[in-house]
Ligand binder design. Structure first.
Ligand code: ADP
Length: 257
């Protein structure tokens, strides 16, 4: 609490009393802390690949380039880490765009089934590589939404489902309407998430397992982008999960009227 006190003195210098102002700055402090954490996180996330790129390129320049095998493996690492940097920067820019107070999606009647088929095409190869079966249970549903943004949301959820699932498992996407809402469920048979983590999952850079997410190429920003995009559609996103059994991400979107 911020405390400010001042004496109240009349025109003839007579003593009237004291004014004390108590200002609850809990929320301000909280916001300030979130901002500081974010800057610290961004710096850390950027520094890791940069350190690696610098280290490996210096070693190459010091002479390691003369050995073709070393040269190739170092260049591969440098290439991988530059990709990581690029993804991180793209996600950061995207997050800052969707977090702006005036951010609006271009929503119009959109065939949600078609969006899901489109996303299936985009991940087909990755599904095959990992031997994951995609089971679609779709009803014809027209939502009020921005097709590009909805592809982005579905890609994020589907890539997560694949990333956090072992090989030879099944991912199920369900699409149906209930009342005046469309419901989309993305269910996997992966590692699952403990209940205690649910409330933090959608925070920027929050990861249940940092090393695992990094290795799989995640930036830790996907779910916060998803949350902002769905909220910009006046919808909501929820998670149900049990450790070791799998997770289901559930999206509610308004139907087109
Ligand atoms: P990341 O790039 O790390 O995947 P996200 O914001 O997409 O970042 O997800 C945040 C964290 O939530 C992940 O690091 C992971 O720990 C957890 N997570 C997301 N989706 C799943 C899932 N389908 N199964 C298990 N854990 C998940």
């Amino acid at each position: 609490i911020d405390v400010y006190g001042a004496p109240v003195i009349g025109e003839q210098e007579q003593w009237h009393g004291i004014v004390i102002v108590l200002h609850d700055i809990t929320e301000l402090k909280r916001l300030e802390q979130i901002r500081k954490d974010f800057v610290a996180n961004v710096s850390h996330e950027l520094r890791t690949p940069v350190t690696s790129i610098k280290g490996f390129s210096e070693t190459l320049l010091d002479g390691a380039y003369k050995d073709p095998a070393t040269c190739e493996s170092f260049l591969e690492i440098i290439h991988k880490e530059s990709n990581r940097l690029e993804m991180l920067i793209e996600d950061l820019l995207e997050l800052s765009r969707v977090e702006q107070s005036g951010f609006k999606v271009d929503a119009h009647p959109t065939d949600m089934e078609a969006i899901i088929y489109q996303v299936r095409e985009m991940v087909q190869k990755k599904l095959e590589d990992k031997g994951i079966e995609l089971n679609l249970q779709l009803e014809p549903v027209i939502v009020q939404g921005d097709p590009n943004r909805l592809v982005q949301v579905m890609m994020n959820l589907l890539v997560n489902a694949m990333t956090y699932s072992p090989e030879q498992t099944v991912i199920t996407i369900r699409l149906f309407s209930r009342g005046n809402e469309a419901i989309i469920e993305v269910e996997d048979q992966g590692i699952g998430i403990a209940k205690a983590e649910f409330s933090r999952l959608f925070e920027r850079f929050y990861r249940v397992d940092r090393a695992r997410s990094r290795n799989s190429g995640g930036t830790g920003l996907g779910l916060s982008i998803v949350k902002h995009l769905i909220e910009a559609h006046h919808g909501k996103v929820e998670v149900k999960s049990e450790v070791g059994k799998g997770s289901t991400f559930i999206i509610h979107l308004p139907l087109a009227s």
